[in-house]
Design a protein around this ligand. Structure first.
Ligand code: MN
Length: 198
């Protein structure tokens, strides 16, 4: 499926005359590690949107409790519609009554390496890993660094678990969603973004 086809649902759900969110481009030269972004989104619910660049779009999950650096935490991640690549730098407010109305903050961003593998430890392409419902990757963000997995649960197609892998970057005591609440893009808090402060 091409990037433009993948973004049909994203575009159908939004009125671009009324929201400042990007309509989205899908082309980007593959001369870099793929990007990831985590956006803190205070809307009808408070959640974190976890997005990985895969095949020209940002494949997305809504994580109600946000990411954890403790491998014992299995954080529910609900798959949502693919977003355009330029959504990764979107920060601001979405008007009341619009889809996702509320405040969006770029909580963390960076690049990632796909480390997905199969049962015989053979490497698995990131698109195939997504289809199989078992992704592993190494994040190089400003707040989060290290190995994580996203695993689809058997009970429900849209429900996945975001889990920190046990490696040297795991830390059961760190609470980055509580202690590092500023935007990595502008340094602003959610309140400052909501108030429209520069
Ligand atoms: Mn959201």
């Amino acid at each position: 499926m091409t990037g433009d086809r993948k973004l049909r649902q994203y575009r159908r759900m939004r009125d671009f005359a009324a929201t400042s969110e990007p309509r989205g481009r899908t082309r980007r030269a593959h001369t870099h590690d793929p990007h990831f972004v985590i956006q803190h989104h205070l809307a009808s619910s408070d959640h974190y949107d976890f997005r990985l660049e895969i095949d020209g779009v940002l494949v997305s999950w809504a994580v109600p409790k946000g990411p954890s650096t403790d491998p014992k935490d299995h954080r529910l991640a609900v798959r949502t519609e693919d977003h355009p690549l330029d959504y990764a730098t979107f920060e601001g407010t979405i008007g009341k009554g619009q889809y996702g109305g509320g405040t969006v903050q770029v909580w963390d961003r960076g690049t990632y390496r796909n480390t997905s593998h199969g049962d015989a430890s053979e490497p698995v392409d990131v698109g195939d890993a997504l289809d199989r419902g078992h992704l592993s990757f190494w994040l190089e963000g400003e707040k989060l660094r290290g190995g994580f997995s996203l695993i689809r649960t058997r009970q429900n197609e849209g429900s996945w678990l975001l889990i920190k892998r046990k490696d040297e970057t795991a830390d059961a005591r760190r609470r980055p969603t509580s202690t590092q609440t500023e935007s990595v893009l502008t340094g602003r808090s959610l309140d400052e973004i909501a108030a429209g402060e520069e």
